[in-house]
Design a protein around this ligand. Sequence first.
Ligand code: PMP
Length: 394
Amino acid sequence: MNYSPDIFLNNLAQTTDTPYLITVEKAEGVYLYAPDGKRYIDMISGIGVSNIGHRHPKVVEAIKQQLDRHLHVMVYGEFIQHTPNALAQKLTSLLPAALNCCYFVNSGTEANEGALKLAKRYTGRMEIISCKKSYHGSTHGSLSVSGNEVKKQAFRPLLPDVRFIEFNNADDLNLITTETACVIMETIQGDAGVRIPGKAYMKALRKRCNETGTLLILDEIQCGMGRTGTLFAFEQFNIIPDILTIGKAFGGGLPIGAFIADKKKMQCLTHNPPLGHITTFGGNPVCCASALATLTVIEEENLLATVEAKGKLLESLLTHPAIKEIRRIGLMFAIDFDSAERVNAIVEEAKTQGVICYWFLSHPNSFRIAPPLTITNEQIEESCRVMLKAIDNS
Ligand code: PMP
């Protein structure tokens, strides 16, 4: 085994000077194991990915079966393959009728890139509206519509004609006009520190988009797949997006994303020009097998039914005078403190004590918790004991 920190730090590109640096030998359920046998409870699900836990046996089995049939055989969109077909059938059966056509891609950011292209192409308009403090990915298009100015500054020029409105502020909806191709919005803002919009706001947003012929793209890459207690967060707001983007937990641990729309809209990428969005690996059959098994597990294990109760339990146990605020929907939490230094100290101390919690990209005063939905009450109690101790010691 090669667990050399030297190789990791020098021969693998680094994204920060302070990587989290635990060494992983295996992962199972809510646990990660280091080669020395140390066990960690993963309270962040690999950042919103392992919603059904690590290496769920049904997912591993589905992947193995696909490995025995075939791996990649052709670029996206040309050959009929059982597994992508079965996944598209299953996923659309779980979505409103208007979201009936899936384009499978490789990541969250690519799902958003595809969605933005589709909106421009369908409406013939250029302007895109996004939200302040949003995060939609790290490639040029997704970065252009993300709110974090510090992250964007060094990479300009980015996409032109992008305007930002304040999330959950109804007055700003007037900035959506007949010039606007699309609004792209996280249904629940994740990296801004779990921001939950009001129902009336979401209804007004949908109405304004309808009035102006603007497509509504809801990014559920982080908040989808049961995280908030419903399979998709938009279900809780009684609205339906024109385009839905998903990724992360969708693949059950393998890389896959999707943008999903009505077939009539999606057709725009088929004509003038044809091949309006193309991808070699999108809809990779092994990733599709993993995603299909993940959806089946969520359903068969009735995981959505217990999300709210587990979220409530976790919230009630995390009581400490140093906590300024907790924002929560389902099992998606931001825990606010008075400083980023305090948060850093807590995250480091919890790691030492065997619990993985983590920071947010754009909200340094909070740490995040988003455990696998399969976590048990006992595991919640154990992790809360450790996190409270970490807060005490920080
Ligand atoms: N949208 C949201 C809401 C996200 O949280 C993320 C990832 N944190 C992305 C898009 C980008 O996904 P990926 O990293 O798979 O490109």
